[in-house]
Design a protein around this ligand. Structure first.
Ligand SMILES: Nc1ncnc2c1ncn2[C@@H]1O[C@H](COP(=O)(O)OP(=O)(O)OP(=O)(O)O)[C@@H](O)[C@H]1O
Length: 463
């Protein structure tokens, strides 16, 4: 306590104008009376752009409690259940996208993160694979989020870096991996932020809700990698990976590549064994509706404890690293009950974990972030060009799920062995892997992302 001096004034208190004073309390500064209230917010500039803006109002109140209550209420409304002042490790791929992700970051992203008082630690990636190292070695206690300002390639590396740690399970559940779209393929952002606009995505992330995400282990040779988006073999993989020379086109390169290959009616013969869980489309619709209506807490959306399955008990494992593989690797003998079936006319094998594969490509209409299943689409390659073109249109208008020529299943694992073809394309999350047999299985809610809804994708076409 400070005692008044000879003038009779208390120096802990300073009058700063009409009805206003500053008071030094034991551990804080109490501002009484007239002062300014600063509100920083995202101003809508166009359909696809928001910008950081601020409003200042003089406040003439001698009741700081009243003002604080108002501020807290405002922030509650703005953030809901989302965490404020997120601590973010931001990785910018300077070579990403047609215009350069770095410029985009400085202009559209950073001012919003600052206005939201996020604690940002930004690094530019210097070479391919660096994001794996950064995620593998980061202090997970110091951050809530790793944000990749890039295409889908960098988030893929971040998941895999977190997966390499001895404390992988904890790291993957504590750190939310998000994408600020800056590449040419921004599927992750379409699914979770509902946009490929960098500024709108940043706003979605600032307000995002932690959401468990199923991750898929892919084994090939002696490697095990984590996939968060998709695995494909056939026309889609080829259209994506076989068109690197058309990168300047941006998203259109995919469609152009697809149409060029379609004209050839190519088939990609394979032997495939699948652990199917839901086989018919009516039951898949039922399952999807249940997921959409379910609001169980995030902690209940991880591991396999709720799944009724003969091999469920061994799935989560007790160690701190990645969960053990329930179905072994591609080098082991086929798991019990699996049967290799020849798909001699396969045109497209596409296994998805998210709903959108690109802008306007909501192929996996029944995909859910953490239902513990992968969605498998198989389409024959010999079905005729007109029908295939109709299918492409169906993807755009939400009719692909019900197309009788499309096989759609909810599965928990598979093995695929390409045959009668020396080389070809296999894509894991848009990255090319060798054209050799591989096996995949899903781990329920192993990873974490931020989403707008907290439990579903931002897809326009559900089932
Ligand atoms: N400085 C760098 N130089 C070269 N490659 C890099 C660099 N930083 C990151 N990369 C690599 O770039 C690849 C593409 O990453 P990104 O996440 O942007 O996905 P993308 O959608 O393929 O991007 P885009 O299609 O726009 O190039 C990743 O494999 C990543 O490791």
């Amino acid at each position: 306590m400070e005692s008044p001096d000879r003038t009779g004034l208390n120096h802990s208190s300073l009058s700063i104008g009409k009805n206003a004073s500053l008071t030094l309390a034991t551990d804080s500064l109490v501002v009484l009376g007239g002062f300014e209230l600063l509100i920083q917010y995202a101003a809508q500039k166009s359909k696809t752009k928001v910008r950081a803006a601020s409003l200042k109002y003089p406040v003439e109140s001698s009741l700081p409690d009243e003002v604080n209550k108002f501020i807290n209420k405002l922030l509650d409304r703005a953030y809901g259940q989302s965490q404020r002042k997120k601590r973010m490790k931001v990785l910018v791929n300077p070579h990403s996208g047609p215009g350069g992700a770095e410029k985009l970051y400085l202009r559209d992203v950073e001012p919003l993160l600052k206005a939201a008082r996020c604690n940002v630690d930004m690094a530019k990636t210097r070479y391919q694979g660096e994001a794996i190292e950064i995620a593998e070695n980061m202090d997970i206690e110091a951050f809530d989020v790793v944000a990749a300002c890039s295409g889908d390639g960098l988030p893929y590396e971040v998941f895999n870096g977190l997966g390499k740690r001895p404390d992988a399970k904890k790291a993957l559940s504590k750190i939310a991996v998000v994408n600020i779209p800056g590449g040419s393929g921004n599927a992750m952002s379409w699914n979770l932020n509902g946009t490929d606009s960098a500024s709108l995505a940043t706003l979605a992330i600032i307000k995002g809700i932690p959401t468990p995400l199923d991750l898929v282990s892919v084994t090939q040779g002696n490697t095990r990698t984590l996939s968060f988006l998709s695995q494909s073999l056939g026309i889609v993989a080829e259209s994506d990976l076989g068109t690197e020379n058309m990168r300047w086109m941006g998203g259109a390169r995919f469609t152009v590549g697809f149409l060029a290959r379609l004209a050839k009616k190519t088939v990609y013969p394979c032997d495939i064994a699948v652990k199917v869980v839901i086989e018919d489309k009516a039951s898949i619709k039922e399952h999807y509706r249940k997921e959409r209506a379910s609001h169980e807490p995030a902690s209940e959306r991880r591991g396999y404890k709720n799944l009724i399955d003969d091999d469920a008990s061994t799935s989560s494992g007790t160690g701190d690293g990645l969960p053990p593989l329930r179905y072994g690797t591609v080098n082991d003998k086929l798991p019990e009950g699996w049967e290799l079936v020849p798909y001699d006319k396969l045109g497209n094998f596409y296994c998805g974990n998210m709903a959108f594969m690109a802008a306007d490509t909501n192929l996996f209409q029944a995909a859910c972030p953490n239902d513990g299943y992968m969605d498998l689409v198989c389409i024959n390659g010999d079905i005729g060009r007109l029908k295939t073109l109709k299918m492409m249109l169906d993807i755009e208008n939400g009719g692909i799920f019900d197309d009788a020529l499309v096989s759609y299943r909810k599965i928990r694992g598979y093995r695929i062995i390409p045959k009668h073809q020396k080389d070809g394309y296999i894509s894991i999350d848009g990255e090319r892997i060798p054209f050799q047999p591989f096996q995949a299985e899903v781990h329920r809610g192993l990873g974490t992302v931020l989403s707008k809804s907290g439990h579903m994708y931002e897809a326009p076409w559900s089932v």
